[in-house]
Design a protein around this ligand. Structure first.
Ligand code: BGC
Length: 741
């Protein structure tokens, strides 16, 4: 099949249109209008007044079998096997789908874009690195999620992409999962709401939105061969609920099925996940694409509901065509796959608003990234109000930590965003963004002495700390796709470094740059702890704004920080069986079977629900985060009904302005058989010093329901529901029972 090279061949036309639009706006408008009219005469599906469904149906009728099949597989990814003859048509991203020029259907150019647009576009590209996804979840802020998505959407288009592969929302069942930084924490309602808002605004920029990795892909160890065993009710109320809410809120064009198997079948050929739940129960009308190399069959996968294979055509190219011609795959099924692809193209607007390469707004990106980081940094400990630092009083600050002079760490794997001006980073390289904590802190305290020590020799770092008023240790934990952490300890003997520095100077503050929870054996010895996560392109400025109080911290943990791995539902990470000598180290690709299983027998008890139910103390609870002011809660009133409304008052009782994330939990009636409580809503409340506000949070019925396995539906159990309100899952001063029928 032949296609033109869209980027190049269309460029002169595009340039002419821009030029004439600039010089003769009225003439250009008129001409464009006429062109659009002509188009709809020859291609009636170009009529933007028609619904995406109608438009897709009209195009589908015109298509040959070969054209349909061409929509159902990718055409390669740089570095993935031998390049294909049409590889030059790609934009350097993870995948691309051929267009159908005779029908006006554009190519789909996909790029990874978890916390920014991934590397390797063929034009000298630049992207903003936002704070990691789990960081953004700590903001609990739907508006910030929207800005996050919109920025990525704009930068994708500027680099010639029209589909994102971001939107990770696997909930944190296993905090050692190396991709925890790409996801949104342990609560399905928080994670689903935030991913949905991100997708809504990302897709609003006219790129096809994506949510991934569907489903129960909760660890990286053996991800291509593991079978996640989990009960239906537990799955629907936890892992799948995050997707359900994300889909409802964001309406993405695509869902990426995951590498692992779930209850026996690989996710990309799992009829229960793809057809029964996603396409039937949730009425998803977009397309399902496989994770890269996650397709294992033709007939089975197609029948189960996989629409599109990436990155190549091992199963959904010639094999699918032959199967269709032989009647093993019904033509109606091929049509359904193709229709879904087309519908998402119309829905997202990539047909009507083709992406055009342009220059990224670097300064705008920096500002957004910094603002979101400021809302994401969690203040975990602040003994004797060691923070905020007063630049007029502090005379010396020791900055300690590997790379703290140079930059801040980012998360690896396909999420990796390249730092500006450096060659594309390897898949699992440690990448330090050029945002220097040393410089940012020095800039705040021009009159003070701000010496640096890498911490390579803890004695010398401790000696430096002893001479200074304050010591700040920037500690890091690097994580990446393709691997899990062996434990939750800081690597490179940083625990010992912190112990020694804290012994030398009691006014020691630890700034954590981590992708997930860490254990803190030194917690009682330091004065302050700040969780900065992977803080993005402007992380150091954001951290300095928090340390010096130009921003009052408001973020809250979207995941529990346990005291030790021994307290996790699975104290030992379940790893794949050792490979036979000489066997490939990764992935059974192609036709394969899972080789081992992880039994998620903690079921519904994910994150805080586990610690609550098992009565285990934690280091820092879900929903926890300090501020430089204080808040009080009062006047709880519940208006029962189909969607109960929870009213209460929050007051800023301190002396500076801030924003309180007020959290609402519910304990279900005992007959529901649920963990002690679940998050059912929240509100981020900005408050000036002394100000109080009445807050109202409406709870959708599903958030109070359980999944009834026997009936295969959500059910509200009649009985007494206790609503609890406060500033953390472990600090809920307001409490009131109500009967709901
Ligand atoms: C990852 C996906 C990613 C894809 C393309 C896979 O290894 O699991 O999240 O989108 O690669 O890079």
């Amino acid at each position: 099949m032949r296609t033109s090279r869209p980027g190049r061949s269309r460029l002169p036309v595009a340039a002419a249109v821009i030029l004439s639009a600039t010089l003769f706006p009225a003439v250009a408008q008129h001409r464009l209008h006429n062109q659009a009219e002509d188009q709809t005469q020859t291609r009636p599906w170009m009529n933007t007044k028609l619904s995406p469904d109608k438009r897709a149906e009209m195009v589908l009728k015109e298509m040959t079998l070969d054209e349909k099949i061409s929509l159902l597989h990718g055409n390669g990814m740089p570095g993935w096997g031998k390049p294909r003859p049409n590889a030059y048509l790609g934009n350097g991203g993870a995948g691309f789908v051929l267009g159908i020029p005779r029908l006006g259907i554009p190519m789909i150019q996909m790029s990874d874009a978890a916390y920014g647009v991934r590397s390797s576009a063929e034009n000298g590209r630049y992207s903003t690195a936002l704070p990691s996804n789990v960081a953004s979840a700590a903001s609990w802020d739907t508006q910030a999620a929207c800005e996050y998505g919109a920025l990525i959407g704009r930068e994708l288009r500027a680099q010639g992409y029209n589909m994102t592969l971001g939107g990770g929302v696997n909930i944190t069942r296993e905090p050692r999962n190396g991709r925890t930084f790409e996801y949104l924490g342990e609560d399905p309602i928080l994670a689903g709401t935030l991913v949905g808002n991100r997708i809504k605004c990302e897709q609003g920029q006219h790129v096809i939105g994506d949510i991934k990795h569907y489903a129960v892909n909760d660890q990286e160890s053996g991800r291509n061969e593991v079978d996640s065993i989990i009960g239906k009710r537990a799955m629907r109320e936890s892992d799948l609920l995050a997707f359900e809410i994300g889909l409802e809120t964001g309406n993405p064009g695509a869902v990426m099925c995951s590498y692992n198997a779930t209850n026996g079948d690989f996710a990309c050929e799992n009829k229960y996940l793809l057809t029964d739940v996603l396409k039937t129960d949730w009425n998803f009308k977009g397309f399902v694409l496989s994770d890269w190399g996650g397709t294992h069959s033709t007939v089975k996968a197609s029948a189960a509901g996989l629409d599109h294979e990436e990155p190549l055509d091992d199963f959904f190219g010639d094999k699918l065509k032959e199967a269709a011609q032989a009647g093993k795959v019904p033509m109606a099924e091929i049509d359904d796959h193709a229709r879904r692809m087309l519908r998402s193209e119309f829905l997202s607007g990539i047909v009507d608003h083709p992406a055009q390469k342009s220059v990224v707004d670097v300064e705008g990106g920096f500002n957004t990234s910094r603002r979101i980081a400021e809302q994401s940094i969690v203040l975990l400990k602040n003994e004797n109000n060691v923070l905020p630092l007063d630049p007029r009083k502090v005379r010396s600050i020791a900055i300690i930590g590997p790379h703290a002079d140079e930059g801040m760490i980012s998360g690896g794997g396909s999420a990796q965003v390249d730092p500006p001006g450096r060659p594309p980073a390897g898949w699992q390289a440690h990448v330090w963004f050029p945002t220097s904590p040393l410089k940012a802190v020095s800039a705040r305290t021009p009159g003070a002495n701000v010496p640096f020590d890498s911490g390579a020799k803890p004695e010398s770092a401790a000696a430096l700390a002893k001479q200074c008023d304050i010591a700040i240790v920037f500690a890091y934990q690097w994580t990446s796709e393709g691997m899990d952490l062996p434990n939750l300890s800081l690597p490179e003997r940083q625990d010992a470094l912190i112990e020694q520095v804290a012994a030398a100077n009691p006014r020691t503050i630890v700034v954590l740059e981590t992708g997930t929870a860490v254990t803190m054996p030194w917690i009682d010895k330091v004065s302050g702890v700040v969780e900065a996560w992977y803080a993005g392109s402007k992380g150091a400025d954001a951290v300095a704004n928090i340390l010096f109080g130009s921003v009052n911290p408001s973020a809250k943990l979207p995941m529990t920080f346990p005291r030790s791995e021994a307290d996790l539902p699975h104290p030992q990470l379940v790893a794949p069986p050792p490979k036979a000598h000489g066997a490939a180290p990764v992935a059974p690709r192609g036709e394969a079977k899972p080789t081992f299983s992880v039994h998620y027998d903690e079921g519904l008890k994910v994150g805080y629900k586990w610690y609550d139910a098992e009565d285990k103390p934690v280091l820092f609870p879900f929903g926890f985060g300090l501020s430089y002011t204080t808040y009080s809660y009062s006047d709880l009133k519940i208006k029962p009904g189909r969607e109960p409304a929870v009213h209460f008052t929050v007051k800023n009782t301190g002396s500076r302005a801030g924003a309180e994330i007020a959290e609402v939990y519910a304990a279900l009636p005992p007959t529901a058989g649920e963990p002690p409580k679940r998050l059912v809503g929240w509100s981020k409340v900005p408050l000036n010093a002394g100000e109080s506000k009445e807050v109202s949070v409406t709870i959708p019925p599903k958030y109070l329901s359980i999944y009834d396995e026997a009936q295969d539906q959500w059910k509200l159990v009649p009985g007494t529901y206790t609503f609890m309100v406060g500033g953390s899952s472990k600090d809920l001063p307001l409490k009131q029972p109500v009967d709901l029928q």
